[in-house]
Structure formats: C-alpha cells, structure tokens
Design a binder for this molecule. Structure first.
Ligand SMILES: Nc1ncnc2c1ncn2[C@@H]1O[C@H](COP(=O)(O)OP(=O)(O)OP(=O)(O)O)[C@@H](O)[C@H]1O
Ligand SMILES: [Mg+2]
Length: 226
C-alpha cells in the first residue's frame, strides 16, 4: 500500500465566484513510504496546493486523499489538525514564522499542543538550530533575522516533532549553495532514517540531487510525468 495516495483529486479555489481558480485537475498520485520525490512545475502550476492537500492544510474539493490507507478527505477538521501535528513537518514557501516570538520559541511551537514540557521543547529546538547553524540567533525576535535565516528557522520548526512525512515548499529559495547542500544532506539523512520526503522546487541542486528518486512534473494543475 502506498503511504500517500491521491485519487482523482481536484482543488478549486473560490468555487462559483468570479475569481474561481481550478488549481488541481484530476490528480492521481502514489508515493511510497521512505521515498524522496520532487514536484517540479512552473509558477502557478499547483505545487503548493498539492503539498497543502497532502499536508492536511485543507481538503481536496473533490476526489480522495489518503495517508497510510486513512482517507483524509473525510476526516473532520479537528482530526485533520491532530493528524497534521503528529505526522507532518511542513516547510512553508512563505515560512509562516511568527515575527514577535524569538527564533527558539518559533522552532519549539509545534511541540506545545503535543504537551512536551518547556525544558525539553527548548533543548530540542536548540539542537535543531545548531544543526542549521542558527544557534547564534536563538534569542532574536524572528522579525530581526534575514530571509535565509528565516528559511532555516522554518526548516527547524518543521523537523521538531520528528514527523514521518516532511513536505518542503521551495526550501532552498533563500539559501546559498553551501546552505542548500547542507539542507539536502539533512533531507538525505532523514530519508535514510526512513522518513518520506516531498519537495517542491526548481532548484537544480534539489532536482538533480542523487537522493531524489523521482521528479513529478506538474503543469496547469495536471501531473504530466510520473
Ligand atoms: N488561496 C488561493 N485563492 C485563490 N487562488 C489561489 C490560492 N492559492 C493559489 N491560488 C491559485 O492557484 C494556482 C496554483 O497555485 P499554487 O500556489 O499551488 O502554485 P505553485 O505551483 O506553488 O506556484 P509557485 O511556484 O509560484 O509557488 C495559481 O493560479 C494561484 O493563483
Ligand atoms: Mg508555490
């Protein structure tokens, strides 16, 4: 059984309004547990929308999405949230970092609803910040750090709940070559540890990386190459 299975998934934003957008059209996709794959397609082709459905941010407008045989599309909202907190690490394209919290607080945030005590939250957040060479900014409010630093905070925050599924939307867009290679090394190590990783990127460093076993081409909401 594939870990992630989408059947005839469509996503329509603003349905029946003048600004209606059909963002995904009849997507059929299976991703095996332990795979590392990359979505590739032009701006506006539907990459972030597809990641958001797999990441339980919102359900498809029609069709079925299942993770480990469990149909997400039929889960009530609060179960979607619980599922997301436990199973998904999402590196958002726009980071979604809270500007008034410190870097350390931002990274530890996903552990709060899981009931992890503060000392452990801090320790785990700090060790991830060290791994991403960001510990020197741990106590800075997030609004005072650079774009590439924010991206690394978003990466650390996505990994803190040790999720089995990691979704990364343009994760190297603001990183230089060295940091991008460092990011891919982290992803490769996580893949070896059994995680399932789905990236969306145009960056050749990612699309041509030896650990990426499959490129999923997406064009105008349709998958065109498996
Ligand atoms: N919240 C929204 N409301 C309405 N339309 C949206 C919304 N989010 C995305 N869209 C539209 O859906 C289409 C797919 O958007 P999506 O963000 O998935 O593309 P993308 O492939 O991630 O693009 P990029 O490479 O620029 O990040 C685009 O035409 C976009 O304008
Ligand atoms: Mg996008």
């Amino acid at each position: 059984m594939p870990l992630i299975e989408l059947k005839d998934v469509c996503k329509i934003y603003n349905r029946n309004l003048p600004n209606e957008v059909v963002a995904l059209r009849h997507i059929n996709l299976e991703i095996a547990a332990g795979a590392m794959v990359c979505l590739q397609g032009a701006s506006g082709s539907g990459k972030s929308t597809l990641l958001s459905i797999i990441g339980c941010i919102f359900p498809p407008s029609s069709g079925r999405a299942a993770i480990a045989g469990r149909p997400l599309s039929r889960l009530p909202d609060r179960f979607m949230t619980i599922h997301r907190r436990r199973n998904i690490g999402f590196i958002f394209q726009q980071f979604n970092i809270l500007p008034d919290l410190t870097v350390l607080e931002n990274v530890g945030l996903p552990l709060m609803p899981l009931g992890v005590p503060p000392a452990e939250r801090q320790a785990r957040a700090m060790s991830l910040l060290k791994m991403l060479e960001m510990e020197h900014r741990a106590d800075f409010p997030a609004r005072q750090i650079s774009g590439g630093q924010l991206q690394r905070v978003a990466i650390a925050r996505a990994l803190i709940n040790d999720p089995p599924i990691i979704l990364a939307d343009e994760p190297t867009a603001h990183l230089d070559r060295e940091l991008s290679l460092g990011f891919m090394k982290i992803m490769d190590d996580l893949r070896r540890a059994g995680k399932t990783i789905i990236l969306a990127s145009h960056d050749h460093l990612i699309t041509e990386h030896p650990a990426v076993e499959r490129i999923i081409g997406i064009e105008d909401g349709r998958i065109h190459a498996a």
